[in-house]
Every structure is written in structure tokens, then in C-alpha cells.
Design a binder for this molecule. Structure first.
Ligand SMILES: [Zn+2]
Ligand SMILES: [Zn+2]
Length: 245
């Protein structure tokens, strides 16, 4: 049976150096449920170590947690990779980590905490997550698709770290499954601003770095359940699945 579900496919956790430390798994799940989300994708910068713990916190609740990552390409374009399960994102994580130079300077960029479902710090990631990978955008999109995930261009309306700000075009370009419009602009604002991108599915997300930002935007999707397969069908308007605009 088809349902209208609220998905926020771009939320950071305390693993992102620029996110607040209160974004640890249990609090994240509590906040997602409190604002009425049905699904969330945890997308930390070039990292995914907290996804498994967020999923554990959501066990037994109505919240679906997708395994995600916000990757920075060599061109400094941000894009989201979305998978159903932690195991599916591991090969991508391994590849991204291998091509992400530098070590984090906690005092300059912030702390990168891996926190478990019992609010305990498991450790600190020492990779320079705020940096960009050495990988071209096209190769990252192909890798995500090869592993069975979805690739979404992040906040295309932003003046930095977006495909439009960095490259100035979406088409012709990598075959994104959808384009994300930031919470400030929203899907309707995006449609007005980018009539040339009519053929793409748009989503909007909170891109929350603070707990209070969760709930400021979400994408309403008509699907049977929130999964990569169902979202892919919604992006392509197949079998009654759609993104509600
Ligand atoms: Zn971003
Ligand atoms: Zn982000």
C-alpha cells in the first residue's frame, strides 16, 4: 500500500566536524521522531561511522534510517550517497577514505566523534573529513551506482560546494538520481529558479548540523516503504511512486 512519508535525506551527526556534539545517535533519533519524520539518511562529510549506531537507536521505532554520506569531490562539489544498509556503504567508505588526504586538526575544524547507541564515545575519527577527496565527481557517481546506491547532488542552489557554484552546470553532467534544493529555497523555489532542470526530481532536506534544524525541511514521498529501490522509483515516477512537490 502506498503511503505519503516524510524523508529527510541529509542530516549530519557529531561525526561531522562542523556539527554540534549534541547530534549523537540517541538524541538524533529522538529529535527525528519528535518532528514526525518517517525516514532519515545520516550523511556525514566523507564518513559513515555513526550510521550503525543511529540505526540501533531507531530499532523498534517507526523511523527508517538510511546509510548515507555527503562526499566532496575533487571539484569541491558535494553529493549525497544513499544506501539501505551499513554493509552496502562500507566499500564506498573504504574507497573514499583512501582518497581523502590530510588529518583533522580538532582545534581548527572541530571534533569528529564516533558515539554509540549508549551515548558512549567509541573514538574520534582522525581523517580530514572537512576536506575534499581527490576523486572526480563523475567517478564518484559511477562508484555509488556500481554499489547499488543513489547519488543526489547536494544543495544545488548554494553559492559554494554545489555543482552549479563549482561547475556551473548540471546537464550534461553526471547522471544524478535527484537534485537537492536547500531548506531556505525549497522545492517550489527551486522549480521557479531552475526551469531548465524540469526533467530532474528535486528533493529538499534540512542539512541539519544542529538538533534544532532537524524538521526545518523534508521531502514528502509517495512510496510503499522508504528504501533505495522505492526512492529510485519515486525519482523516476514509476509505478505510482512520486515525490510530492
Ligand atoms: Zn554540503
Ligand atoms: Zn551537509
Amino acid at each position: 500500500m502506498m503511503k505519503g512519508l516524510r524523508c529527510d535525506l541529509h542530516v549530519h551527526s557529531c561525526l561531522s566536524p562542523c556539527a554540534e556534539l549534541d547530534m549523537y545517535p540517541r538524541k538524533l533519533v529522538e529529535r527525528c521522531l519528535a518532528v514526525g519524520l518517517d525516514a532519515v539518511a545520516i550523511c556525514d562529510h566523507n564518513a559513515s561511522e555513526n550510521v550503525a549506531y543511529v540505526r540501533r537507536c531507531a530499532e523498534g521505532t517507526p523511523l527508517t534510517v538510511l546509510a548515507g554520506m555527503e562526499i566532496a569531490s575533487r571539484e569541491e562539489v558535494h553529493l549525497l550517497a544513499l544506501f539501505d544498509k551499513v554493509e552496502e556503504i562500507l566499500p564506498l567508505q573504504e574507497w573514499i577514505s583512501r582518497h581523502l588526504p590530510g588529518r583533522n586538526d580538532e582545534r581548527r575544524f572541530g571534533c569528529q566523534a564516533i558515539v554509540n547507541e549508549r551515548d558512549e564515545v567509541e573514538g574520534f575519527c582522525d581523517r580530514l573529513l572537512i576536506g575534499a577527496t581527490e576523486l572526480p565527481l563523475q567517478a564518484i557517481v559511477e562508484k555509488i551506482h556500481g554499489l547499488g546506491g543513489l547519488a543526489v547532488a547536494s544543495h544545488i542552489d548554494r553559492e559554494s560546494f554545489s555543482i552549479l557554484s563549482q561547475l556551473g552546470f548540471v546537464v550534461p553532467g553526471p547522471p544524478f538520481d535527484a537534485l537537492e534544493i536547500s531548506a531556505e529555497t525549497g522545492i517550489r523555489g527551486g522549480r521557479l529558479r531552475y526551469p531548465e532542470l524540469e526533467s530532474f526530481s528535486f528533493i529538499t532536506s534540512s542539512d541539519a548540523h544542529h538538533l534544532r534544524e532537524i524538521g526545518r525541511a523534508w521531502t514528502a514521498v509517495r512510496v510503499e516503504t522508504v528504501s533505495v529501490k522505492e526512492l529510485s522509483m519515486a525519482f523516476r515516477k514509476q509505478a505510482g511512486r512520486t515525490i510530492e512537490e
